[in-house]
Design a protein around this ligand. Structure first.
Ligand SMILES: Cc1cc2nc3c(=O)[nH]c(=O)nc-3n(C[C@H](O)[C@H](O)[C@H](O)COP(=O)(O)O)c2cc1C
Length: 200
């Protein structure tokens, strides 16, 4: 198993260090109880006014939901996503309840619920690879989404697999170390761009 653990400056939670986005997945189904744990984690994510605007379509390899989600992916993602035993289409409700009032944080809240899901997954040894490379309009059509519901992203979910299964183009990044920007590029004080003393 390749070591993709984040080389952090400070000791963060092990689950956060270990999480990463694989493209190779083992040929092993994700147990229903585990999937329910992931969805339960998403369910307990915070959201503005507790509106919980998330909606998930869960596709299991071999079923129609999986095939429809796969159909929405861009070509690059279609090269590796079939390795995953589960695909989830992450959607959100744009309005406050079913009223005509827009919910300004729907997308933020859906993203956070997916983040919760990915951390719970890590606790179970399961990896979540999020994708925005998909056709949201096609998803809306295929899943008959109402006007006030939009598709945000797709998650590939499964146990990690052997990088050798990947197209050579993808093998390099699969085994490469993980990189992040330094804190002094995004932690500011007083004015935009003025690096905060905390991180100096
Ligand atoms: C919103 C979002 C969209 C992404 N879209 C894609 C995608 O379409 N295809 C892909 O292969 N990876 C995609 N990724 C994965 C990112 O490339 C990956 O999270 C990033 O390189 C950091 O790597 P890590 O998750 O392994 O730490 C996406 C991630 C996020 C959060």
């Amino acid at each position: 198993m390749i070591n993709k653990e984040a080389k952090t400056k400070y000791e963060i939670l092990t689950l956060l260090k270990k999480r990463w986005s694989p493209r190779a997945f083992a040929d092993k189904p994700v147990e229903k109880e585990k999937l329910l744990l992931l969805l339960e984690a998403a369910r307990w994510s915070p959201s503005a006014s507790n509106l919980q605007p998330w909606i998930f379509f869960v596709g299991i390899k071999g079923d129609e939901v999986y095939a429809k989600i796969m159909n929405t992916l861009v070509e690059f993602n279609q090269m590796w996503a079939p390795n995953a035993p589960v695909l989830i289409l992450n959607c959100g409700k744009l309005t406050v309840r079913d009223e005509n009032v827009p919910n300004g944080t729907w997308q933020y809240d859906v993203g956070q619920a997916v983040a919760y899901m990915s951390i719970q997954a890590m606790e179970e040894g399961i990896y979540v690879h999020q994708m925005s490379g998909f056709d949201a309009l096609k998803a809306a059509d295929l899943f008959a989404l109402p006007e006030n519901v939009r598709a945000v992203s797709v998650s590939a979910v499964g146990y990690p697999g052997d990088p050798d299964m990947l197209h050579p183009r993808m093998q390099k990044s699969e085994i490469a170390g993980r990189e992040r920007k330094e804190m002094d590029t995004f932690v500011f004080s007083e004015n935009f761009g003025l690096v905060s003393g905390i991180v100096k």
